[in-house]
Structures are given as C-alpha cells and as structure tokens.
Design a protein around this ligand. Structure first.
Ligand SMILES: Cc1cc2nc3c(=O)[nH]c(=O)nc-3n(C[C@H](O)[C@H](O)[C@H](O)COP(=O)(O)O)c2cc1C
Length: 203
C-alpha cells in the first residue's frame, strides 16, 4: 500500500492540472491511493514573521506532505515559470529550518497546458526546486501534456477522465516509477546520509 498526495499548481476552479490529478486513479499501480490536496489557496503569502504562530492552513499542508509516502505535482506554466501559489506552498512546507517536509520525499512531476509545449519549462523549474529541497524527484522522460483541453474532460458529476491513450500510458509509467521510488526508500536513505553530514559539520 502507498499513500500518494497530489498537489495542483493551479487554484483555478476549472483547472486542467487539477483535472489531470483527479483523473489519475485508474492508472495507479495496485495498492496506490491518491488524494488530491485542497487548500493551497488558503496559504498566506510566505512571511517569516508568521513562523512563530504558524497558520492552520500551513500545518495542514506540512502534515499532509509528511504523512504521504510520495507526492505527485501537476503544474501549469505562467510566463515560462511555475505559478506563485505553488512556489509559496513549496516554501511553507520547506520550513521550519531543518525540518523540511520535502527532504527525502519521492515526488513525481508533470505539467500541462493548452499550449503545444505542455508547460515543460515550468516543469523543469519545479524539478530543480524540488531537488534543491532534497526531495527525490522521479527521473525522466518528462511527462508534459500539451493541448490538455483535448486530452482531459470533466463531466457534470465532476468526474475527470483522461481521454487520450498516449497520455494515459505516460501517466501510468510515471505512477509506476513513483511507486518504485517509494519501495526503494531511496529518498529516506538520502536523508540519512545528509543528516550524518550535517551532524559532522555541527561537530
Ligand atoms: C499569467 C499567465 C501566464 C501564462 N503563461 C503561460 C506560459 O508561459 N506557457 C503556457 O504554456 N501557458 C501559459 N499560460 C496559459 C496557461 O497554461 C493556462 O491558463 C492553463 O489553463 C492554466 O492551468 P490550469 O488550467 O491548470 O489552471 C498562462 C496563463 C496565465 C494566466
């Protein structure tokens, strides 16, 4: 069994990236459950002044990331970069100093856009940031979904479906790779090495 937290980089009601995450479940390996996080729109702008009395919305995000065996993030691209709301969530969950929720966490990243490049530049930026946070980023090839409006649909009951077999195949691969990363415990082992080094610096 593995519990995966899904985070959308868009807070738009009809977000394609959120729809993609809502459509993942049929492609998950056996035993994997996927819960889509609701609430990055409730996070205040990151401000160190708030760290003494951390808002409940922040605690909820941190606890959700910590409790998950792995995370999958789908990001849009805004002006060739990741959306501010997503960067804000990364920053909040990277604190307090020395207790980042991202350290060692297996993370699979995808991106989607109505455009033809599928948000690939935002995806690369996001992967770089996650690596800096010592998350264990599932390696390539990149899963970027171009012309996403033609590949995902949401019905009147709010059920999201991936309609495109090629996209479905890519997503299946990504979730299998995430499961392998969870099983291998590579992220947690990396953190052990990191902490041993940090302890040696402290003397
Ligand atoms: C401020 C802004 C900047 C955008 N910049 C890009 C961009 O650089 N590349 C791109 O592919 N799409 C860009 N778009 C279009 C988004 O990909 C599109 O709005 C998408 O539907 C947003 O993701 P969502 O559906 O998950 O909310 C931009 C949209 C906005 C509002």
């Amino acid at each position: 069994m593995s519990r995966i937290l899904a985070i959308s980089g868009s807070i738009r009601t009809e977000s394609f990236n959120t729809a993609v995450l809502n459509a993942l479940a049929p492609f998950a390996p056996e035993g994997m459950s996927i819960e889509v996080f609701k609430g990055i729109d409730e996070l205040p702008h990151f401000n160190q002044d708030l760290e003494g009395d951390v808002p409940a919305s922040v605690i909820r995000l941190r606890e959700a990331v910590q409790a998950a065996d792995g995370v999958v993030i789908s990001t849009p691209e805004y002006n060739r970069a990741i959306p501010g709301v997503l960067k804000n969530a990364l920053d909040w969950a990277s604190r307090p100093y020395g207790q980042s929720s991202w350290q060692g966490k297996p993370v699979a990243v995808l991106s989607s856009s109505p455009g033809v490049q599928g948000g690939i530049r935002a995806q690369e930026e996001l992967k770089g940031q996650l690596r800096n946070l010592a998350a264990y980023v599932v390696s390539g090839p990149e899963i970027a979904i171009p012309e996403v409006h033609t590949r995902v649909s949401v019905d009147a009951q709010a059920v999201a479906t991936l309609n495109d077999p090629a996209t479905a195949g890519m997503v299946k691969y990504l979730l299998e790779a995430l499961q392998l990363a969870v099983d291998a415990n590579t992220g947690a082992n990396h953190v052990k090495a990191l902490n041993a080094w940090a302890a040696s610096l402290a003397g």
